[in-house]
Ligand binder design. Sequence first.
Ligand code: GLN
Length: 495
Amino acid sequence: MPTDLTIQATRNAIAEGRTTAAAQAEQCFARIKKEDAEIGAFLTLSEERARAQAERIDKMAASGEPLPPLAGVPIAIKDVMVTRGLRTTAGSKILENFVPPYDCTAVARLEAAGAVVLGKLNCDEFAMGSSTENSAYHPVRNPRDKTRVPGGSSGGSAAAVAAGMAIATLGSDTGGSIRQPASFCGVVGLKPTYGRVSRFGLIAFASSLDHIGPFANTVKDAALVLREIAGRDPMDSTSAEVPVPDYVAELEKPVDEHSGQLSAGVPAREAPARRMRVGVAKEYFGSGLDPEVRAAVETAIQKLAELGCEIVPVSLPHTEYAIPAYYIVATAEASANLARYDGVRYGLRARGARTLAEMYRETRDAGFGMEVKRRIMLGTYALSAGYYDAYYLKAQKVRTLLTRDFDDAFKTVDVIATPTAPTAAFKLGEKLDDPLAMYLADIYTVTANLAGIPGISVPCGETREGLPIGLQFLGRHFDEATLLRVAHAFEQARN
Ligand code: GLN
C-alpha cells in the first residue's frame, strides 16, 4: 500500500526521503499482483518503464534537486491512450498486439511532470459502454462490491484508484465514461472542457465528443493532474489556446464569496462580491432516478446551501433529447473513425482470405465485438444518403439547442449540480442483454459532452447497501476552476 493515497503526500514523502519513488511503485505492483486477479483493472503492466522513471526521480531526490509536481506518483492509463513501446489495445481484439510508436500527449506530460506509469487499464472496447463488460478481455469488478460493475467505459481507471492500486489514473469520457465510473466506485472523476486537454494519441471513438481527464481520490489531486495535462498542444488542432489557471490555488477560494461575472463566461475582477450560485435543474431529477440517489443528491445540495452557496432553480428544457442525439452523433463518428481497422494498418489481420475485400470483412468480423459492430451499423445507417438529414443533421440541431440551454442557465448560475448517474453500481450481467437500459446509465452525463462543457463527479453518499453515490457539477466552458472549487468545498465539508 502506498504511504498515503494522495499526490502531495506521496511527493512530499519522496522529497523528504521518507520513501522512494521505487518503493512506491513496488508497493503498487505488489498490490496489483495480489488484488487485481479478482478486480481485473489492468490489461498490461509496464514494470520496466516504471522502474526507469522511479530511478530517475530517486536520483533527483537524492541529489536535492527540486522535484517536479508529480514526482514519483504512481499512475495508470486507460488503454485507449497510446504509449510508445507499450501494448495498447483499446479493450479490443483487433488491437491485441498493437505496440504504438509514440506517446499520447497527456501521458507524455504526466511523465514529464514526474509521474510513474504502472500500466494500462481495462475498458469497454473502444470506450463503448457503461459497465466495462464490453472489454474483449475480461470485465472489471467494482472494488466496493465485487458482484457489481465499476461503471464504464473507464471502469479499470476508476477501480484502480478505488482499490488503491494507483494514486491517480487517466480515463476518457465521450458520454460519461469518466464521471459515471467515478460515481460507481466512490472516487473523483473530471471531464474537462472540449479542447482543454489534447486528444493527440487518444484512440478516437467520437472525435467531437471525446475527452481525456483524471480520476483521483480527492478533488485536489484531480486538479493537480489536470494542471499538468491541460493546455494547447500543436499536435491537436482542436486543443485550445486558452491559458491554464493554477487550479490548485483556485481550490482555496471560498464559495460564499465569488467575484465571477454571471452573464459572460469570463470572470470580471471588478464585479461586486456575491455568493457562488449553484443551479438545480428539474430535468435531472425526473423518473428513472433512484430514490436513494435522489435523496443523497438533495442532501448534498442542502449542504452546499449551508456552505453559503445560493441555490437557484434553472431550466434545461431539451435534456430529454440528449440520449437519442448522443447515440446518433457518437455512432456516426465512430463508424467513420473505426474504418481504419482494416487489417492493413494495425493489429489483427485475418488469415486465409482470398481477396482484399474478404480480408477486410474477416478481420473486422473477428476483431470487433458485438457492441462495436452494433455502433458501426447504427452510425453508417445514420450517415447514409437519404437518412443523413433525418438523423444526423437533426441530432446536430438538437446538440445546438442543448448547448444553448446551458448558455442560458450559466447566465444566472456559476455551476449546475446534478446526480452523476440515475442509480448506484448495478450487478454484472444485469443490463448486458438490454443495450437501451445500458445507454440510459449516461442520461445525466452525455449533455456535457454534446455541449463541450466541463463536468466533475464527487462522492456524496452511499446507498443502504454501502454503494457509493456521485454528485455531478457542470460548469461553463473552460471554467474548470470554479467547478473544482465548489467540488473541493463540498468534499471538505463532507469529510
Ligand atoms: N456509455 C457511453 C457509450 O457507450 C459513453 C461512453 C464513453 O463516454 N466513452 O457511448
